[in-house]
Design a protein around this ligand. Sequence first.
Ligand code: 6CS
Ligand code: FE
Length: 301
Amino acid sequence: MVDIYRSRCGATSELRERHDPIIYGRWNPQAPLTQRQVEFYERNGYLILKNVFIDDEVKRLQEEAQSLIADPAAMNQDTIITESGGNEVRSIFAIHQQNTLFARLAADQRLAGIARFLLDDIPYIHQSRLNYKPGFAGKEFYWHSDFETWHVEDGMPQMRALSMSVLLADNNENNGPLLLIPGSHASYITCVGETPEEHYRTSLRKQEYGVPDCDSLRHLASMHGIEAMTGEAGTVVMFDCNIMHGSNSNITPFPRSNAFFVYNACSNALVEPFGPKTQRPAFVADRSFEPLCIVDGTLTE
Ligand code: 6CS
Ligand code: FE
């Protein structure tokens, strides 16, 4: 099988075209998004949804996230990623497998129902995480395409996945909000360099391989600009698996915590990694996936 998304194998990076649709479903009046929202998402590769949850639900999620970070010892220790050069918790992975409320959130119709429509398939959770980005110590996530990593290191065949980020704190222009390059999802930037052994042990703290070169980033940013995904707690930011994104460090006293869920189409289940054949651990890339059973109603019912 020719790997149309080969990366980390050439001396120079290339800007290639995307060979997969952005939206697999066909809009209809019963769709969970308006036609304008679908058109915006297709053109830009992201969409911000406000007032998805009622205040009580947001409060409950914030309390739950706080209790997890207050007692990380209760979690599977492999899933706890600390900041490089410190002990502050940067991320807790596989939260949908370790916490009932976040499992319920991952399966919520208001998130998973949108993923099912856009992917035109029943989704499963490829990966979930709580990114805390604590005040003063939260470090950056350098520019990258998630799909480039998930294709090379996890064996994700096609661009038929998307991320939903539920803001659990106000994300403003100061405390390191998600930055993305609108429209960059339509191009595929190959990266130079190889993939180190057990790369996830460093990449989840500071990604240095599978990151695009400056010329490619300069080209994309000059063409499309850069947007900051700001919003109050409870806002949902959804973005295509291949959009170029990153975030700055947080030197303010205010944490920038978000819950991320990656919805992958069941028909796009992982095969052997297209780069090094060593599979990443299940907490980063779920291979025993179960199709999601999508749930209606509020989180606090
Ligand atoms: O390697 C990964 O799967 C993770 N790395 C980043 C920076 N974003 C996606 C994902 O959390
Ligand atoms: Fe990412």
